[in-house]
Design a protein around this ligand. Sequence first.
Ligand code: ADP
Length: 266
Amino acid sequence: RTISLTAIALPEEPIPGVVIVLHDVTELRRLERTRQDFVSNVSHELKTPLTSIQAYADTLLEGAIDDAGHNRQFVERIVEQTERLRTLILDLLSLAKIESQQEVFEIQPVRIAAVVANCIDAHRAIAESKDVALICPDTVEDSVLMADPDGLRTILDNLVNNALNYTPAGGSVFLEFARDENWGEIRVRDTGVGIPRDQLPRIFERFYRVDKARSRAVGGTGLGLAIVKHLTQEFGGNVDVTSELGVGTTFRVRLPLAAEHVTTGD
Ligand code: ADP
């Protein structure tokens, strides 16, 4: 523990003395360290694509612009890294907005089947290009959850994106749904690379990645799961994960059912 000590002299009192105040500043120190780590992570993440944009642009200016064999390739790298910066900045802004509670959510009844169907449509092409099957069993029940529709879509998009990114060709990603009396549960299950058990508790932290190189290669920012966690909490729910290395990973998002769909027992 870290204790800070303040001594206040009391010379004017009838009996002169000193008051000593002890503050436990452990938590403050921890928060300050988290903030410093965050700033240094952000700076590093922004610097990496920027350095490469600058290097490609310099090389072009130094003559490669006239090299028909390479100039197009260099410009493509610049566009790629610019896109990476853009995604990172958008993710950072959306996380900052959610965390500072500036984002206004319109929590309302949302039909799960519609959100799942839209999400699958949006990812069908990318799944096909990666040769990963994206499957929503017919048994998905059309229950109604309480959530902000755009926020719920962001949650699913992030989880499905990850599942597609961390599942090798030939594998599958399933979107399943279950419910009990009060809660609806959306499961995003993949047959991918899996996550080592000791790292599971950390993957919802900002910028935490199991394999940095792989995350970067698939265009990850390390912020997706932090956003998912904050959003589900904002909607009064929670998210958890189970995984087995080399077998696959399942994320479960639990959200409250809309009142008229809650089983009352009568
Ligand atoms: P990223 O942008 O790197 O994917 P996320 O916050 O979305 O960042 O995820 C954090 C890390 O958790 C990833 O870098 C990856 O190591 C791991 N991860 C997330 N989803 C999966 C998954 N479905 N299968 C295996 N690993 C995953």
